[in-house]
Design a protein around this ligand. Structure first.
Ligand code: DUC
Ligand code: ZN
Ligand code: ZN
Ligand code: ZN
Length: 484
């Protein structure tokens, strides 16, 4: 079997920095050490060798707000690889009333085009006995995470009773609930009032979703998860009100994780006040971009470890799609792209500024995600036996982000004009070179599904009182009872 060696680089993992070569055979890391030899040699001198990025939050070819997100598993995973991301976790989204297994089949079909490895979360968009039953079948297919929308009233939103029931089911299955935490009732009220008062432009989108709706919903989801006896993963944490709730829960010993997006870390609310309607509408997403105080809170959370992962929520729409909302901001499809830009933007604005260390960069873009989602150390690790999903990141290589050179199918980029460093010299997906000396070498269909079995039952106490009273968790083969 032919071998590849990554030579002369500095390996950076979530906890170590050291010089060594990496030998790859059969898609896996076969050896790490000095002076290794292989059939193909990739030069990593003056560069960092890291586990490939994992994006835990994407929406590829998703039916949403009367249209489909514009990047599919072809353009979306090309964008991922071009930016150093070697695995995406996309949301299978049943329409209300639809079978979860049917939705999963649909996502399985779409993902056949993937250029990199992928996994799925399952969304719980309605509740009933069928959903309860199918959740078990979904976990048996290697999906251990269930997403709940607390916003999008009238379409995707679930109410508290439904969410509590679903969280209980997750607890039973050893699965982890995810929440989009915004108070959907208040958002609906504010949106209707803004429209009635004649505020139809994209800036009204931001006014309709203030930080309080996110803080309230995050607190509520954390309390409901605690009552259900289950951990909780909060997607797209954009503000201090939500971060504060997560921080407090962690201090109380609850297993709660928060995921800020690269967009919220680096772009602020002033984007919505740009006089160019297209400029503002292209940046409409939920939650909306915030002010500097909230951005500082997110950066502090990454440094202190109270926030765990950086994602994109990649959900890209063309300008033509955004224009569905001319005259009514509630009809602007919500979502922005970022798959190709997450790593270089975080490197440039996080590591180069000293806000986070290179090791923290690896933790929040890869290793923490693999651990929480239960695919570590197959993914997220530079260890013998792990998948050879690796990047050789060149800290000096520089570019200016431009829609004219991106892989994404849309006609703009929310980071347009930003200069970034920390670009990939090489990207490997299970040993195959996908980015070769900076040039993308796509391979449609190369991507494989990554199964992520339940890690529990994580019935381990989430609060001190329960710690004393909860039944002892059952040990499963090879998995310590403490789970993740
Ligand atoms: N927010 C977005 O902006 N787009 C997709 C779904 C979501 O929650
Ligand atoms: Zn293609
Ligand atoms: Zn969301
Ligand atoms: Zn999302």
């Amino acid at each position: 079997m032919s071998t590849t060696v990554i030579k002369g680089g500095t390996i950076v993992t979530a906890d170590l920095t050291y010089e060594a070569d990496v030998l790859i055979e059969g898609g896996k890391i076969a050896a790490i050490g000095p002076d290794l030899a292989g059939d193909t040699v990739l030069d990593a001198s003056d560069a960092f060798v890291m586990p490939g990025g994992i994006d835990p939050h994407t929406h590829l070819e998703m039916p949403f707000m009367g249209t489909y997100s514009a990047d599919d598993f072809d353009s979306g995973t090309r964008a991922a690889l071009a930016g150093g991301t070697t695995m995406v976790v996309d949301f299978a989204l049943p329409s209300p009333g639809q079978s979860l297994l049917d939705a999963l089949k649909a996502w399985d079909n779409k993902s056949a085009r993937a250029h990199c490895d992928y996994s799925f979360h399952m969304a719980v968009t309605w509740w009933g006995e069928q959903v309860f039953d199918e959740m078990k079948a979904v976990t048996e297919k290697g999906i251990n995470t269930f997403k709940h929308f607390m916003a999008y009233k009238g379409s995707l939103m679930v109410n508290d009773d439904e969410m509590y029931a679903s969280f209980r089911r997750c607890a039973e299955l050893g699965a982890i609930p995810l929440v989009h935490a915004e108070n959907g009732d208040v958002v609906a009220e504010l949106s209707a009032r803004l429209l009635a008062e004649g505020n139809t432009g994209p800036e009204a989108h931001a006014y309709s979703r203030p930080a309080q709706v996110e803080g309230e919903a995050t607190n509520r989801a954390i309390m409901i998860a605690d009552m259900a006896g289950v951990p909780l993963y909060v997607v797209h944490v954009s503000c201090e009100d939500a971060h504060e709730a997560i921080r407090r829960a962690k201090m109380l010993g609850r297993r709660v994780w928060g995921e800020p997006l690269i967009q919220h870390l680096t772009l602020d609310e002033s984007e919505y006040f740009n006089p160019d309607w297209d400029h503002a509408a292209r940046r409409v997403m939920s939650p909306p971009f915030r002010d500097k105080r909230n951005q500082d809170s997110l950066w502090a959370g990454l440094a202190s470890g109270t926030l765990s992962c950086v994602a994109t929520d990649h959900c890209a729409f063309t300008t033509a799609q955004k224009r569905f909302g001319v005259g009514d901001f509630t009809k602007i499809p919500n979502g922005t792209g970022g798959l190709e830009d997450r790593l270089p933007m975080l490197w440039t604005q996080g590591v180069e500024t000293g806000r986070i260390t290179p090791n923290e960069f690896v933790a929040v873009t890869s290793t923490n995600i693999a651990k929480i989602l239960n695919c570590y150390p197959r993914k997220g690790a530079v260890l013998v036996g792990a998948d050879a999903d690796l990047i050789v990141l060149d800290p000096r290589k520089e570019k200016t982000i431009s829609a004219s050179t991106q892989q994404s199918a849309i006609d703009y980029n929310v980071f347009e004009g930003k200069t970034v460093r920390g670009l990939p010299r090489y990207v490997l997906s299970r040993g195959r070179v996908m980015v070769d000396d900076g040039a993308l070498r796509p391979a449609e269909g190369h991507g494989e599904f990554v199964a992520r079995p339940p890690a529990g039952p994580v019935s381990k106490a989430l609060s001190a009182w329960k710690e004393l009273t909860a039944p002892r968790p059952v040990e499963r083969a090879g998995i310590p009872a403490s789970g993740v």
